[in-house]
Design a protein around this ligand. Structure first.
Ligand SMILES: NC(=O)c1ccc[n+]([C@@H]2O[C@H](COP(=O)([O-])OP(=O)(O)OC[C@H]3O[C@@H](n4cnc5c(N)ncnc54)[C@H](OP(=O)(O)O)[C@@H]3O)[C@@H](O)[C@H]2O)c1
Length: 299
C-alpha cells in the first residue's frame, strides 16, 4: 500500500516508517519542515512537506495515498483544547479526502481518554471515549466517529504510555519533578496503575490495523495492563539515588503541580480483544526494564 503517515518524524512515527517499509509498503511521510523531510528521505520514505493544519494541502497528500495513518499532534498541553479541535478538523479533512472508499484512515488516540464503566477494573476497546468536558482530546475520537458515519473506513488505535529507553512520555515529567524536589513521591498506597507498551509493539499494531482493520474498529496497543505508580517511583528513586515516599492526596497539588489531576488516577487498560482480532502479541521490554536502562547520569 502507498501510505501517507502524518507525524512521521515523531516518536511513534519515526519507528513506524521503517516497520512499514520493511513490510513492503510505500511510505509518504508528512513533515512540516524541510529538515524532517530530509531525515525521512534518508530512511527510504518519500516525503511530503506540509503543516497538517493546512487542510487543502493535507487533502492533496491524502488523495495520493491508498491509506492514511495519522499520528501528528501538537503536545503543547497548555493549549490542549485548541490543538484537540485542530485535530478534529485534520481528521475530518482526511476523511473527506479518502471519501466513502475502502481506503483506511488509522487515527491515534489514548487509552487515558476512555471512560471506565462503573465497577470495572480496566477500560476495554468496547468502552467509549470520555466527553469533551472531561477530556478535550476526545475531539479526536469524535472526529473519527463522524468520518465513520459518512461511510469512511476509520480505525482508532488507542495508546497507553509508549516507551523505549529514551522516551517515556509522562514519566519524564515525574523524573523532572523528582530531580527538582530531591525526592520521589507517589499518592496514597501508589497502587494506581499506568498501562504501557514498548514502541516496537505499538508500531506493529499500527501496521496490522492499517493492513487489516475493518471500518469502526478500535484497538488498544496495551502490552502491560497497568504498572503500579509506586513501582515506577521506586525505579526513579533507585536511578536518581533519591528517597521514595507516599504523600496524601491533599499534598498532590504541591508536589505534582499541573500533573496533580492525573497523578492519582488508575488508568489500567485491557487489550484482550485487540490481541484476538489482530493476532497481536507484544514482545518488547516492559516499562520498568526500559526505565532501568535510562542513562540517569545524563541529567
Ligand atoms: N507517546 C505516547 O506515549 C502516546 C500516548 C497516548 C497517545 N499518543 C498519541 O499518539 C500520537 C503520536 O504520539 P508521539 O509520541 O509520536 O508524538 P510526538 O513524538 O510528539 O510526535 C508528534 C508529531 O506530530 C508532528 N506535528 C505536530 N504538529 C504538526 C503540524 N502542525 N503539522 C505537521 N506535523 C505536526 C510533529 O512534527 P515535528 O517533528 O515537526 O515536531 C511530530 O512528528 C499522538 O496523537 C499522541 O497524542 C501517544
Amino acid at each position: 500500500m502507498r501510505i501517507l503517515l502524518t507525524g512521521a518524524t515523531g516518536f511513534i512515527g519515526s519507528h513506524l516508517v521503517p516497520d512499514l517499509l520493511a513490510a513492503g509498503h510505500e511510505v509518504i511521510g508528512l513533515s512540516r519542515s524541510t529538515d524532517g523531510a530530509e531525515r525521512l528521505a534518508r530512511t527510504g520514505a518519500q516525503s511530503f512537506v506540509a503543516d497538517v493544519n493546512d487542510l487543502d494541502r493535507l487533502r492533496a497528500g491524502a488523495a495520493m495515498a491508498d491509506a492514511v495513518v495519522h499520528t501528528a499532534f501538537n503536545h503543547d498541553f497548555a493549549q490542549v483544547k485548541r490543538h484537540s479541535e485542530e485535530d478534529r478538523a485534520v481528521i475530518e479533512a482526511l476523511g473527506q479526502a479518502l471519501g466513502g472508499s475502502d481506503r483506511p484512515l488509522v487515527v491515534a488516540s489514548g487509552t487515558g481518554l476512555v471512560e471506565r464503566r462503573a465497577g470495572a477494573d480496566v477500560v476495554t476497546e468496547a468502552d467509549p471515549h470520555a466527553g469533551l468536558d472531561i477530556a478535550p482530546r476526545a475531539a479526536t475520537e469524535e472526529a473519527a466517529e463522524a468520518v465513520l458515519a459518512r461511510g469512511g473506513r476509520v480505525i482508532v488505535v488507542r495508546l497507553p504510555q509508549v516507551h523505549d529507553a529514551r522516551h517515556q512520555g509522562r514519566i519524564a515529567h515525574h523524573i523532572r519533578l523528582a530531580r527538582e524536589k530531591g525526592r520521589v513521591a507517589y499518592i496514597g498506597d501508589g497502587a494506581n496503575r499506568l498501562p504501557a507498551v514498548h514502541v516496537s509493539d505499538a508500531v506493529r499494531l499500527f501496521r496490522l490495523a492499517v493492513e487489516n482493520g475493518p471500518a469502526g474498529a478500535r484497538y488498544h496497543a496495551v502490552a502491560e495492563q497497568g504498572v503500579a505508580m509506586r513501582d515506577i517511583a521506586a525505579v526513579i528513586g533507585a536511578g536518581l539515588n533519591l528517597p521514595v515516599a507516599s504523600i496524601p492526596p491533599e499534598a498532590a497539588a504541591d508536589y505534582f503541580g499541573v500533573l496533580a489531576r492525573l497523578a492519582p488516577l488508575d488508568l489500567a487498560a485491557s487489550s484482550a480483544q485487540t490481541r484476538r482480532d489482530l493476532d497481536w502479541t507484544p514482545k518488547g521490554p516492559d516499562l520498568l526494564a526500559d526505565l532501568q536502562r535510562i542513562d540517569w547520569a545524563a541529567g
